[in-house]
Design a binder for this molecule. Structure first.
Ligand code: ZN
Length: 279
């Protein structure tokens, strides 16, 4: 394994969250089992095998490694990736890639898909992406990844395989769609990113930001800058129904020990052990 940039990982059930995020430094996450990742502020070499990437906004610490990622997949003879990003950013990002094609003298082939809040996209038969509006200092979005399952309708449970087949062949819709919100990713946001999208609280795994934790850091300014403070989590602690809450994007003003000791003072059980501080 070539560890050119750091990342941590945590396994929860069938899914693994891998990544790292520090404010103004770099943010990148991926769920290898779902073949998708969020933001490309840097690019661990091992991440190139993930073919779909979802970008929350275009601050440099969230997108700077996009050309590297595209180039590495070409170098390793992998298919061009698909990158979902806010619609307004598609043209400038394409131009940026075109510039790097000239500078680097290599093709940077990738599919750029513009998204808007409210969109629903099919990543595969099983996975659906919902795009949600967040609140940052520039237009930004978050994402919820649903697993879509077909389930036999209640009234047909107990029928034999043959009966079910006959019904299906006669054109009867025998199943209903069931959606499970597996992953929520807020990107950078102030509290309205959560409050306006209660769906985030329902995701099995929520990956979000807690940029500030110190009591003397002024919340108003933090919110104005499109970020969240530990107190915002404390105030909403009964709303989180997630099985795991990954809180990253911590300010470089704090080291790991400071973050842990401040958070444990106000949330001693770390929301029943569900809150993972990613520093
Ligand atoms: Zn940002």
């Amino acid at each position: 394994m070539l560890n050119n940039v750091p990342f941590r990982n945590i396994k929860h059930g069938e899914l693994t969250v891998e990544g790292y995020s520090r404010a103004a430094v770099q943010t990148y996450w991926r769920i290898p089992e779902l073949k998708l990742g969020f933001d490309l502020g840097a690019h661990p070499w091992d991440f190139m095998g993930t073919p779909n990437w979802l970008l929350s906004h275009c601050h440099l610490d969230h997108v700077a490694a996009l050309p590297l990622y595209v180039a590495r997949r070409r170098l390793m003879k992998m298919n061009p990736p698909t990158v979902y990003l806010p619609a307004y950013a598609v043209d400038p990002v394409r131009q940026m890639l075109n510039s790097f094609e000239k500078l680097d003298r290599g093709r940077l082939k990738c599919e750029l898909v513009g998204v808007e809040a409210g969109d629903e996209l099919e990543l595969s038969r099983e996975l659906v992406i919902k795009v949600l509006k967040t609140k940052h200092t520039l237009p930004s979005v978050g994402f919820v990844i649903f697993e879509r399952r077909k389930k036999l309708k209640q009234e047909y449970i107990g029928l034999t395989g043959e009966e079910i087949r006959d019904l299906r062949q006669s054109g009867v819709e025998i199943s209903v769609e069931r959606r499970v919100p597996l992953i929520g990713y807020t990107g950078d946001t102030s509290p309205p990113g959560l409050d306006d999208n209660p769906l985030f609280y329902e995701c099995k795994i929520l990956i979000t930001e807690m940029t500030f934790v110190a009591a003397d850091h002024r919340k108003q300014l933090i919110h104005k800058n499109g970020h969240m403070h530990l107190d915002d989590f404390v105030r909403r602690k009964d709303k989180f129904r997630n099985e795991v809450i990954v809180a990253g994007h911590l300010s470089t003003r704090y080291n790991k020990k400071q973050v842990e000791s401040v958070v444990k003072k106000v949330l001693p059980d770390l929301l029943g052990g569900r809150l993972k501080l990613w520093v």
